[in-house]
Design a protein around this ligand. Sequence first.
Ligand code: ADP
Length: 279
Amino acid sequence: MPPDDLIVTSGLGHRYGAGTEQEVTALEGVDLRIAQGEFVAVIGPNGSGKSTLARHLNALLLPTEGRVTVNGLDTRDPDHHWSIRQTVGMVFQNPDNQIVATVVEEDVAFGPENLAVPPEEIRRRVDEALALVRMQDYARHAPHLLSGGQKQRVAIAGALAMRPACLVLDEATAMLDPRGRREVLQTVRRLNRDEGLTVVLITHFMEEAALADRVVVLDRGHLVMDGRPEEVFSEVDFLEGIGLGVPQIVGVRRLLEEAGHPIPPSVLTLEAMVDFLCP
Ligand code: ADP
């Protein structure tokens, strides 16, 4: 295994209710390598297995076929779960379900407290994590009074306080308004670029996936595409065939091209389009 592969799934399969009448195959034969420092988006229609895959990345679910390793540790071995869950932090969809304390900084301290980290080290980690998500001014605030985007940033800080190598966001922006989504996206993009944090972003917003370095597409439990955003989003017919769209900007690009103004395929966001047209 090359040393920079943080997460490897090999022939990963997951069947819910295996052997029962209600058996559902959620994943089948998924081979995926995620390198340290990558920003990978996972997209796919509803029910394609995105959440199931996310839960395999930190051993919340265990393979019914194949295997998953995190830092070389097999998720099937319960002795590895402690280490794996510190390596891969998760942020879920509903911010309200993830906040456990009544003061922001206590919430962020919750994870390291459970690890019996010494108090002065906890203080350092909490301050650092809140600064990383730009929420240091809210340390003494009540989480339930924050906006959705702020709550998700606190949830991200809680995960960062465990000093993970990788953050998995499972539809973490789905319940947020556009501003909250932008806040969370900018935060994870910056953490990836500046701190080298590996990010796996599960999303049904194509505009979000366009921000990643790499996009993985799931369809009915199978990994059907894996490439750079400009490669994946140039396959408009294929994506539409499995019930996915493309970022709106791809349609704008097409219209401009038809009007004789070619735009490079790497232009996938509104900002990139503005930069390209108004250098
Ligand atoms: P996605 O996140 O892409 O919407 P999921 O991973 O949630 O997909 O689900 C994949 C498939 O597994 C779907 O058919 C879904 O109904 C099924 N599934 C998900 N969770 C469970 C569960 N706890 N028990 C049984 N089936 C499940």
